[in-house]
Ligand binder design. Structure first.
Ligand code: BGC
Length: 320
């Protein structure tokens, strides 16, 4: 009998304890999850990048987040794990199917992309391009660098900062990305009247540092007389510089990089690269959200929203 009372008492105590734990536990956890999920927002926008974890695109995302916070917008950030047009297009289709309020995406030059932009706009979902334009599509606006001009800046810098015959190796992100094509074209046009600057060859990095290392090796293998390099996407300069410092040439090649990621700035300060074309990815993200937000409010800010590009150099003098 006594034993039975004891067991019942213990069971009752156990149940009470478990109940209290459950109640207070739930209260505690609910506070955290509520704090992370805004219950109501003005719009739901999606940003789609070329490669989700690329450091450069994370800066675009940060800018987009800052502007979204300001306007109480719910922002999703999507992109392929490794640059891949088809996956990128699938993300755009998914965003349309999810009936979001607006899409910001890197522009892709393809019929499928143009078809998806049409579909989006027809369904009343404004779509704008960011970082890379696709002017042949019906995108509502472009926010990003004037990539042709950026390429010209790089070419003019090569003219100013070097003297004597230069054989240039170009490492570019992706052959079929139009921002990369424009950066190469701008560069070639800038140096076209300067006979001492000649293009030796061009290789593709697939926007990774290891790809840039590989492309640089190939270029040096096939064109032993290269004296200068131009990298046209954010990680290309890093790969070029790594190979250049291992190669133990008597004179390291002159190097122009792209973007101002921390590692690039360190190399610039250590004088391991000579110049870099600065873009403003944080500003691009901010402006993209502001542009889409204003389109939603019925104010059309104009189709070309160029952000700044500058040349950053450490060395003042000319490269021998
Ligand atoms: C380009 C982006 C590209 C990134 C890759 C940047 O310079 O503007 O389009 O995705 O480099 O690292």
């Amino acid at each position: 009998m006594l034993k039975k009372v004891g067991v019942t008492g213990f069971f009752a105590l156990f149940m009470l304890n478990a109940g209290l734990m459950l109640y207070f536990g739930r209260e505690t956890f609910q506070v955290t999850s509520n704090a992370q999920q805004p219950s109501h927002y003005s719009y739901h926008f999606v940003l789609i990048s070329e490669e989700v974890d690329n450091e450069y695109w994370r800066l675009v995302e940060k800018g987009a987040e800052a502007a979204s916070r300001k306007h109480n917008i719910h922002l999703d950030y999507w992109g392929p794990k490794q640059a891949n047009n088809e996956e990128q297009l699938t993300f755009i289709d998914k965003a349309i199917a999810s009936k979001v309020d607006g899409i910001m995406t890197q522009g892709v030059s393809s019929d499928t992309f143009n078809y998806l932009v049409n579909k989006s706009v027809q369904k009343g979902i404004p779509l704008i391009t960011v970082d890379t334009d696709a002017p042949e599509s019906v995108r509502m606006a472009y926010v990003g660098s004037d990539n042709y001009l950026a390429g010209k800046l790089a070419g003019e810098t090569m003219i100013k900062q070097t003297s004597g015959l230069q054989k240039v190796g170009i490492v570019t992100g992706r052959f079929d990305a139009s921002n990369q094509q424009l950066r190469v074209k701008g560069f070639k046009d800038a140096v076209s009247n300067v006979s001492r600057i000649q293009i030796a060859g061009i290789g593709e990095s697939n926007i990774t540092k290891s790809g840039a290392i590989q492309a640089t090796y190939e270029l040096l293998k096939n064109h032993r007389n290269i004296t200068a390099f131009y990298g046209t996407s954010a990680l290309d300069g890093l790969g070029i510089s790594q190979v250049a410092s291992l190669y133990q040439q008597k004179k390291r090649p002159f190097i122009i990089a792209f973007d101002t990621l921390p590692e690039t700035l360190t190399l610039l300060n250590k004088q391991k690269i000579d110049a870099t074309v600065a873009q403003y990815p944080f500003v691009m993200g901010e402006r993209a959200v502001e542009t889409l937000f204003s389109i939603k409010k019925g104010v059309y800010p104009g189709s070309l929203q160029y952000t700044k590009t500058d040349i950053m150099t450490k060395l003042k003098g000319s490269h021998p």
